[in-house]
Design a protein around this ligand. Sequence first.
Ligand SMILES: [Zn+2]
Length: 82
Amino acid sequence: MWCDTVQSDSSAPECSVSPSFLYIMGLTDSPLCGRCRAEKDTSVNVLCECEALSTLRHAYLGAFVLSPEDALRLSLGQSGTY
Ligand SMILES: [Zn+2]
Protein backbone atom coordinates (compact mmCIF):
# COMPACT_ATOMS: atom_id res chain seq x y z
CA MET A 1 0.00 0.00 0.00
CA TRP A 2 1.31 3.38 -0.89
CA CYS A 3 -0.74 5.47 1.47
CA ASP A 4 -2.85 4.81 4.52
CA THR A 5 -5.52 7.29 5.43
CA VAL A 6 -5.70 7.91 9.14
CA GLN A 7 -8.32 9.94 10.98
CA SER A 8 -7.02 12.11 13.77
CA ASP A 9 -9.30 13.24 16.59
CA SER A 10 -11.00 16.30 15.13
CA SER A 11 -9.29 17.06 11.85
CA ALA A 12 -9.68 15.86 8.30
CA PRO A 13 -8.14 12.49 7.34
CA GLU A 14 -4.39 12.61 6.89
CA CYS A 15 -2.35 10.55 4.45
CA SER A 16 0.43 8.42 5.91
CA VAL A 17 2.91 7.37 3.22
CA SER A 18 3.90 3.70 3.36
CA PRO A 19 7.47 2.58 4.09
CA SER A 20 7.65 0.90 0.66
CA PHE A 21 7.02 4.20 -1.08
CA LEU A 22 9.52 6.03 1.12
CA TYR A 23 12.08 3.27 0.42
CA ILE A 24 11.59 3.54 -3.36
CA MET A 25 11.98 7.31 -3.10
CA GLY A 26 15.26 6.80 -1.19
CA LEU A 27 13.90 8.50 1.90
CA THR A 28 14.19 5.53 4.29
CA ASP A 29 16.52 2.54 4.69
CA SER A 30 13.80 -0.11 5.00
CA PRO A 31 10.76 -1.16 2.95
CA LEU A 32 9.40 -3.16 5.89
CA CYS A 33 5.84 -2.78 7.09
CA GLY A 34 5.55 0.03 9.61
CA ARG A 35 3.14 -2.07 11.67
CA CYS A 36 4.81 -5.48 12.07
CA ARG A 37 8.35 -4.82 10.77
CA ALA A 38 8.39 -8.48 9.63
CA GLU A 39 7.52 -8.21 5.93
CA LYS A 40 7.72 -5.74 3.10
CA ASP A 41 4.82 -3.32 3.16
CA THR A 42 2.84 -4.86 0.31
CA SER A 43 -0.87 -5.20 -0.31
CA VAL A 44 -0.58 -8.94 0.44
CA ASN A 45 1.04 -8.20 3.80
CA VAL A 46 -1.65 -5.71 4.78
CA LEU A 47 -4.63 -7.67 3.48
CA CYS A 48 -3.50 -11.23 4.26
CA GLU A 49 -0.53 -11.61 6.60
CA CYS A 50 0.38 -8.64 8.78
CA GLU A 51 0.26 -9.83 12.40
CA ALA A 52 -0.37 -6.31 13.64
CA LEU A 53 -3.63 -6.25 11.67
CA SER A 54 -4.82 -9.79 12.47
CA THR A 55 -7.49 -8.69 14.95
CA LEU A 56 -8.95 -6.17 12.49
CA ARG A 57 -8.70 -8.74 9.67
CA HIS A 58 -10.63 -11.24 11.79
CA ALA A 59 -13.28 -8.66 12.74
CA TYR A 60 -13.88 -7.44 9.19
CA LEU A 61 -12.91 -10.39 6.98
CA GLY A 62 -13.53 -13.37 9.28
CA ALA A 63 -9.99 -14.76 9.47
CA PHE A 64 -6.81 -13.82 11.30
CA VAL A 65 -4.71 -14.79 8.25
CA LEU A 66 -5.80 -15.09 4.64
CA SER A 67 -4.10 -16.62 1.64
CA PRO A 68 -3.93 -14.43 -1.46
CA GLU A 69 -6.42 -16.85 -3.03
CA ASP A 70 -8.82 -16.29 -0.11
CA ALA A 71 -8.41 -12.53 -0.57
CA LEU A 72 -9.35 -12.82 -4.23
CA ARG A 73 -12.57 -14.57 -3.22
CA LEU A 74 -13.57 -11.83 -0.77
CA SER A 75 -16.97 -10.40 -1.44
CA LEU A 76 -16.68 -6.68 -0.80
CA GLY A 77 -19.48 -5.23 1.26
CA GLN A 78 -20.04 -8.39 3.28
CA SER A 79 -17.97 -8.73 6.44
CA GLY A 80 -17.12 -12.10 7.91
CA THR A 81 -17.79 -14.10 4.77
CA TYR A 82 -15.46 -15.01 2.01
ZN1 LIG B 1 2.86 -5.78 8.55
